[in-house]
Design a protein around this ligand. Structure first.
Ligand SMILES: [Cu+2]
Length: 490
């Protein structure tokens, strides 16, 4: 219900804007038109070129011609069922058969003859708004195309830059949410500086009935879209489109340029490559560069061009640094850089040793230094020795009175978990513990390191623990430790 009212309003608004645009365009375009005149070539003198279109992550070759041309672009809209994630399918509406749409590359002052074809199997009409177009609706006003139809319009590429294009048919949000967006690059007349690798990466948010990972064909969820609460945030149309065998590649020493777009429909992207610094960013896809950038903001319906030299071999992870989107909703890609290491630029790990400030978790504890551990003769001497062992090995985390630290280290004092199963406690001290446990009603999900204590030492420290702070008492012997260790599974 909400949808249809909103879309009607949008259509009316759009029409209003379109006519206003026609009226005002004459007066506002003078400077651009004047500038363009210097390079104006009679239409019949201009060479005609068929645009090469590519699917992400590939980009058409840089433009080398030194003059404007008439460029024919033929873009076909198709509604297709494709993979959104492993085991998850979605009905994408596409410019050219995949998400994002085909990459279009033209030159400033080119005159474009734009054909939009809508495949006969489509269920919906579509159109196209190219942000590179100066004119009503960016072309949307001239390209409303029913299934099985083709529309054509011409435009002149007045402004260089990297532009988003998208469908603008009502309900606009739904057409974009289904994948109807792509990038068009208008190269400046002098071209872009030469690089070794160019790639096309475009982010989008998807709204499915099922939560992230729910298998099967997932329908679009309008409520989630209105709430701007996507189930998926992905690069290039699906989870994993840029990882594993699909990862981008470069060699050490190569200059890499990423044409980054964001189709939205809702989220803005904090685009970042883990372990790289962008030498240059053409902010917002314009023609000015910013240098030495860690994370660049890519608006919904906007873009950025990022450039960097691949100096150090390894795997570089592309993320939206709104980081739950990366690790929990799919906005993660990879660039594999191969080549020789440069240890001065990046050494790799050269030290890994134990560091234990108070209260921190460490991976492994050294053997206690005592040359030959004292052997307890009876329960009392076991407790005596255990007290020292506790101070040396446990107290930093579990605290002097075994009270623990809420949320980090569970209590050993009056611990229902400890008292319920002594053999399990032996196993924990012998092997360490990872994962969620509940102690006295509190959840802990942390790591206890493996401690490298002898059976005798484990017996002594636990005898000390179980006879203090309200625990149930008793004696733990080395023989019991040996047996419990052998049968402990975790
Ligand atoms: Cu559409």
């Amino acid at each position: 219900m909400r949808t249809s009212t909103i879309s009607k309003t949008v259509q009316l608004l759009a029409l209003g804007i379109y006519s206003a645009g026609i009226l005002s365009s004459c007066s506002t375009q003078t400077t651009q038109a004047e500038a363009a005149q210097t390079t104006e070539v009679a239409p019949d003198k201009m060479p005609t070129i068929m645009a090469e279109l590519t699917d992400a992550p590939l980009v058409p070759a840089p433009i080398t011609r030194k003059h404007a041309a008439k460029v024919v672009v033929k873009l076909e809209v198709k509604e297709v069922v494709k993979k959104l994630a492993d085991g998850v399918d979605y009905t994408f509406w596409t410019f050219g058969g995949s998400v994002p749409g085909k990459f279009i590359r033209i030159r400033q002052n080119d005159e474009v003859e734009f054909h939009l074809m809508n495949h006969p199997d489509s269920k919906n009409p579509h159109n196209i708004d190219l942000h590179a177009v100066t004119g009503p609706g960016g072309g949307a006003a001239s390209t409303f195309t029913a299934p099985g139809h083709e529309t054509v319009f011409n435009f002149k590429a007045l402004n260089p830059g990297l532009y988003v294009y998208h469908c603008a048919t009502a309900p606009v949000g739904m057409h974009i949410a289904n994948g109807m967006y792509g990038l068009i690059l208008v190269e400046p007349e002098e071209g872009l500086p030469k690089v070794d690798k160019e790639y096309y990466v475009m982010q989008g948010d998807f709204y499915t009935k099922g939560e992230f990972g729910t298998p099967g064909l997932q329908p679009f969820d309008m409520e989630k879209a209105l709430d701007e609460n996507p189930s998926y945030v992905v690069f290039n149309g699906s989870v994993g489109a840029l990882t594993g065998d699909n990862a981008l590649t470069a060699k050490v020493g190569e200059k890499v340029r990423l044409f980054v777009g964001n189709g939205g429909p809702n989220l803005i992207s904090s685009f970042h490559v883990i372990g790289e610094i962008f030498d240059n960013v053409y902010t917002e896809g314009g023609t000015k560069t910013q240098n030495n950038v860690q994370t660049t903001l890519v608006p919904a319906g906007g873009s950025a061009i990022t450039e960097f030299k691949a100096d150090v071999p390894g795997n570089y992870v592309l993320v939206d640094h709104s980081i739950f989107r990366a690790f929990n909703k799919g906005a993660l890609g990879m660039l594999k850089v191969e080549g020789d290491e440069n240890k001065r630029m990046y050494s790799g790990q050269i030290v890994d040793k134990i560091y234990q400030p108070e209260g921190s978790t460490v991976q492994e504890m050294p053997q206690s230094k005592a040359p030959a551990a004292a052997v307890a003769l009876n329960k009392n001497s076991r407790m005596e020795l255990g007290k020292t062992l506790f101070a040396q090995n446990c107290q930093a985390c579990h605290q002097a009175e075994g009270q623990g630290i809420k949320g980090a280290f569970p209590p050993l004092a009056k611990s229902d978990y400890l008292n319920a199963d002594l053999n399990r406690a032996i196993g924990i001290v012998a092997h360490g513990l990872e994962g969620q446990i509940k102690v006295n009603g509190e959840l802990y999900n942390s790591t206890m390191p493996k401690l490298k204590l002898s059976d005798e030492e484990i017996a002594n420290v636990l005898t000390y623990v179980v006879n203090n702070w309200g625990n149930k008492g008793g004696e733990v012997t080395p023989a019991q430790v040996k047996k419990a260790k052998a049968s402990y599974k975790h």
